[in-house]
Design a protein around this ligand. Structure first.
Ligand code: SAM
Length: 248
C-alpha cells in the first residue's frame, strides 16, 4: 500500500516540496523509502496528490507532486459528534474511531455527571494537540483527505445555547418514550449528536436539549458504555443516511 502522509500546505501540480525533518525521518528511516518511491500527500482539507521522492538532501526528502487524486472518502452527511468526556483514554479512542467512520466535527463536552473537570488551560491545549494527531493518524490509515475539526472542550450549558441547525439528536437511556434512529426524517446534511457520560445526562440537561428541539433517541434495550454508544450511533447514522449504506 502506498504510504499516505498529512502535509498541511497549499500545493500545485508538479510542485517540488522539501518535506520537514520529522516527516522525512518517518518516510526514510521508519518506512525505509528511497528516491523513486511513491507516496500520497493530503492537505487535511480534502486535496490529495501522488508524489515521488526525487532526492534526499540533508536528511530531508524532496518530493515532486505528479498527479492530483480525486479522493472520495467523505460522507454526504456532516456529522458532528458531541461527546461527554469521561476518561481521557476513552476520548482518544472515540476520536480515532469517529474519524475512521467519517465524522466531520467532534466537540468534547463537560457535562454534569461527567468525571472530568478541566481547570488547567495548558492541559486542554495538550489534549487538543494529542487529539489532533490521533485524528491525523486515523485519516492517514483510513484514506480520508479531510481532517475532522476537533473543538476545544466546552461545558454542556454553553454548547447547547449556541445556534444549531440540522437534525439534533440526544442519545439517552431513561426518560419514557424514545424514538429509534429509523423513526427520524432523513437529514439534509448536518446531524448533531449528543452522547452522555457514564453517569448519563442529568434531567436538567435533557430538558435543556428538549427545549432546543433535540429528539431523544434510543440505541436499544441495553445500556452501552459512552464510547460504545458514540461509535455505534455514528455507524448507524452512516448506514441509514450516509456512505455506509448497503446498496444491494
Ligand atoms: N446510567 C446512565 C443513564 O441512565 O443515563 C447510563 C449512561 S450510558 C453508560 C452513557 C451514555 O451512552 C448515555 O448518556 C447515552 O448518551 C448513551 N447510551 C448508552 N446506551 C444507550 C441506549 N441504550 N440508548 C440511548 N443512549 C444510550
Amino acid at each position: 500500500m502506498t504510504p499516505r502522509i498529512y502535509y498541511p500546505n497549499t500545493f500545485s501540480l508538479n510542485q517540488e516540496i522539501r518535506l520537514d525533518l520529522k516527516v522525512s525521518r518517518h518516510l526514510l528511516k521508519s518506512l525505509r523509502l528511497k528516491p523513486g518511491a511513491f507516496i500520497q500527500v493530503f492537505d487535511g482539507k480534502g486535496n490529495e496528490w501522488t508524489g515521488e521522492i526525487k532526492k534526499i538532501q540533508r536528511s530531508q526528502a524532496i518530493i515532486k507532486l505528479n498527479k492530483q487524486i480525486d479522493t472520495q472518502t467523505e460522507s454526504p452527511l456532516f456529522i458532528h459528534l458531541v461527546y461527554s468526556i469521561a476518561r481521557f483514554e476513552k476520548t482518544d479512542w472515540v476520536i480515532q474511531k469517529a474519524t475512521e467512520l467519517g465524522v466531520n466535527k467532534i466537540t468534547p463536552i463537560i457535562s454534569e455527571h461527567g468525571e472530568v473537570h478541566l481547570k488547567e488551560e495548558k492541559a486542554i491545549e495538550k489534549k487538543l494537540s494529542r487529539w489532533q494527531s490521533i485524528a491525523v493518524s486515523a485519516c492517514e490509515q483510513s484514506g480520508r483527505a479531510k481532517l475532522p475539526d476537533i473543538e476545544r472542550p466546552i461545558h454542556f450549558n454553553n454548547w447547547i445555547n449556541q445556534p444549531l441547525s440540522g437534525l439534533n439528536l440526544i442519545f439517552h437511556v431513561k426518560d419514557g418514550k424514545h424514538l429509534s434512529l429509523r423513526a427520524q426524517k432523513a437529514p439534509s446534511q448536518t446531524i448533531n449528536l449528543l452522547v452522555g457520560p457514564e453517569g448519563g445526562f442529568s434531567q436538567r440537561e435533557v430538558e435543556l436539549a428538549k427545549q432546543k428541539k433535540f429528539e431523544l433517541v434510543s440505541l436499544g434495550p441495553r445500556t452501552l458504555r459512552t464510547e460504545t454508544a458514540a461509535i455505534i450511533a455514528v455507524g448507524l447514522i452512516q448506514n441509514l443516511w450516509g456512505d455506509m449504506a448497503f446498496k444491494g
